[in-house]
Design a protein around this ligand. Structure first.
Ligand code: MV4
Length: 447
């Protein structure tokens, strides 16, 4: 087992990793930018190293400084958390070249799944259902129009280097094709330096359901059930839950099998997530694979009573996984508490938290790095806490979430708490009746 892990991240996920390391008897090294000197991860770790000024590119994304920090502290592994360098193939490779174990995917795996068109092709060859469309990248408008005519409009153009909805265009009829093609490629080129696009049939009102998987170096892969992440706004997840209210035992079995087949076909090692779109007929299609631990991992942890960070560290250390699949025994939900104003287009609202009361009690988990007096730096992600509730049924889980949200006091800044409170009273949400379009018609003006 590792003796010392450096956590190349900040905020709640840095604390989350430090906690599991402490339970496993592993020493920890925090890294921090000058903006995070007073951050809790710095105090909770056994050691801390300053890696640069506030801007991410000079600190949490600064590979030479991170490697230097690992070398001077004698860390034998690096945990990248999520975001930042967690899916950076160069960082994974440089860790390897320096004899430091990267607790995440290999550079080869990151590259294979980072290019969306080739990831889709790989999954299709493994027997995972994919959305009808082009075979890989399109090479001309004419070719695109031909395929679109065959699969019928609406269709969607997607950037192969994409993510977060950038470089994506929905096309309703052929006369829109040329403009969409030009716009998607220009946007993709600017955002990713790669203007490759592929085409798919557009799935109307889908659900976003993802399967958590784990694999080891011996070729064993298992699934740890699903999360429903359909409650999103502009590709930002706001609420996640497990199990999905749309799930059936039969569908879980099929999606679990498909996710395992996909991950096994590439010899995946570590924890990962396979994202699917699920249509109204419960047909499901591969969307993307994430080769990192995700923000919403706690809902899975709560419904199967399992520490995913511990599993990730064990697999990275070469320990075999059990190989059995995990089915949800409870219901869990996560609300992302962001320093944003939900009445003003979720505009980031950094500032000083003057008063803080964090909810507690039975079935309530709060993963956070903030405290009363904490100054939220404007340089990073606006998430300040994840409020997770767990109960026997979805109904009780929602009741508990309402109770916990109403106990949560954050003064000095605007947060997404009023939005979540209103959502928990929405009849369609309470009935589990929602798709990825749900928030498009949500009234944010009366929070
Ligand atoms: C789609 C789709 C409908 N049909 N692909 C959004 C981000 C990127 N990962 C893929 N996305 C979508 N791909 C086809 N063929 C709808 C979306 C989509 C979406 C997916 C999941 C969660 C929220 C979403 C919001 C808008 C669009």
């Amino acid at each position: 087992m590792f003796k010392k892990i450096l956590i190349a991240n900040r905020g709640e996920i840095a604390l989350r990793v430090i906690r599991t390391c402490r339970e496993m008897g592993i020493k920890t090294v925090a890294v921090y930018s000058t903006a995070d000197k007073e951050s809790l991860h710095v105090r909770f770790a056994d050691e801390a190293v300053c890696i640069g000024p506030p801007a991410s590119r000079d600190s949490y994304l600064n590979i030479p400084n991170l490697i230097a920090a690992a070398e001077i502290t004698n860390a034998d592994a690096i945990h990248p958390g999520y975001g930042f360098l967690s899916e950076n193939a160069d960082f994974s490779r440089i860790c390897r070249e320096n004899g430091i174990k990267f607790i995440g995917a290999s550079p080869e795996m990151i590259n294979a799944m980072g290019d969306k068109a080739s990831a889709k092709d790989t999954m299709k060859k493994a027997g995972v259902p994919t959305i009808p469309g082009s075979d890989g990248l399109l090479d001309s408008i004419e070719q695109g129009k031909k395929i679109a005519a065959k699969i019928k409009y609406p269709v969607i153009l997607k950037a192969t280097a994409g993510g977060g909805g950038r470089g994506m265009r929905i096309i309703k009829a052929e006369e829109e094709f040329e403009k969409a093609w030009n716009d998607a490629r220009t946007e993709a080129k600017a955002a990713f330096g790669n203007d490759g696009v592929y085409l798919e049939k557009f799935v109307e009102e889908p659900r976003h359901i993802e399967i958590q998987i784990a694999g080891d170096q011996f070729g064993t892969v298992c699934h740890l059930s699903e999360r429903d992440c359909s409650i999103q706004r502009r590709h930002q997840k706001l609420v996640e839950e497990a199990p999905s209210p749309f799930m059936t035992e039969e569908l879980r079995e099929k999606m679990g099998k498909a996710a395992i087949a996909g991950a096994a076909s590439i010899g995946y090692e570590g924890v990962g997530t396979i994202e699917f779109l699920v249509d109204k007929n419960r047909d499901f299609y591969f969307m993307e694979m994430n080769t990192r631990i995700q923000v919403e991992h706690p809902v899975t942890e709560e419904v199967i009573n399992f520490d995913l960070i511990k599993e990730q560290i064990k697999v990275a250390a070469g320990i075999a996984i059990s190989g059995k699949n995990y089915l949800p025994k409870l219901h869990a939900m996560e609300c992302r508490i962001n320093a944003e104003d939900p009445r003003k287009d979720f505009r980031p609202a950094p500032g000083k938290i003057t008063v803080l009361h964090v909810p507690g009690g039975h079935g309530v988990r709060v993963d956070t790095h903030v405290y009363a007096g904490y100054q939220i730096p404007p340089n990073y992600d606006s998430m300040i806490a994840k409020l997770i509730t767990v109960a026997q049924t979805r109904e009780e889980c929602v009741v508990k979430m309402k109770r916990a949200l109403s106990e949560f006091v954050v003064e000095g800044i605007k947060t997404t708490i009023p939005f979540h409170l209103k959502l928990m009273d929405n009849e369609d949400f309470k009935a589990g009746n929602f798709t990825t379009k749900f928030l498009e018609s949500f009234d944010f003006s009366t929070l």
